[in-house]
Write a protein that binds this ligand. Structure first.
Ligand code: SF4
Ligand code: SF4
Length: 153
């Protein structure tokens, strides 16, 4: 794709995108598939390096995308009209960036034309996680990371 001033993500609201455009906004980083903790007093969200059991951490893809909502009860299905769920997304996430009026970054596959740039730029979680099946979930706090935040990309 050649990026122009009228590339769809620059001129359309999320709610106006067709299904193909909507799906293509996902950069494949896998960040949203990590467990998060919320401080109940401040509302601040902390990411951990603990991945959902369905995440293939080598390619950062869900291994059962079609049935994910049945398989994982707290898997979030993004909806353009449900912005409350966007606060959980990392600041790098294209859905959140577009919702906030920001542009996509150079490494986004729609901009670079290369699905690997999200990995090359160190944005994806590839090689940086541990599966929820391999940890003691009562010790989730021990897995908090600082290289992803919900506020900055
Ligand atoms: S954080 Fe956003 S861009 Fe990254 S995998 Fe999740 S939905 Fe896609
Ligand atoms: S079910 Fe799939 S899409 Fe949902 S959090 Fe787990 S790996 Fe990610």
């Amino acid at each position: 794709m050649v990026v122009t001033e009228d590339s769809f993500w620059k001129i359309k609201n999320l709610s106006d995108m067709n299904q193909t455009e909507w799906e293509s906004l996902c950069d494949g980083c896998g960040r949203c598939c990590l467990h998060k903790l919320e401080d109940i007093d401040s509302g601040e969200i902390y990411y951990t390096n603990v991945a959902c059991r369905l995440l293939d951490t080598t390619i950062c893809k869900c291994t059962d995308y079609g049935k994910r909502m049945q398989m994982v009860s707290d898997c979030i299905q993004l909806n353009a009209n449900d912005r409350d769920n966007f606060k959980w997304l990392p600041g790098s996430c294209a859905y959140r960036r577009i919702a906030e009026g920001k542009n996509l970054q150079w490494w986004h596959p729609l901009v670079s034309g290369d699905p690997d740039t999200v990995h090359q730029a160190g944005i994806s979680v590839r090689g940086k996680t541990v599966s929820e099946t391999q940890i003691d979930e009562s010790r989730m706090e021990d897995h908090v990371i600082t290289w992803i935040t919900a506020d900055i990309g």
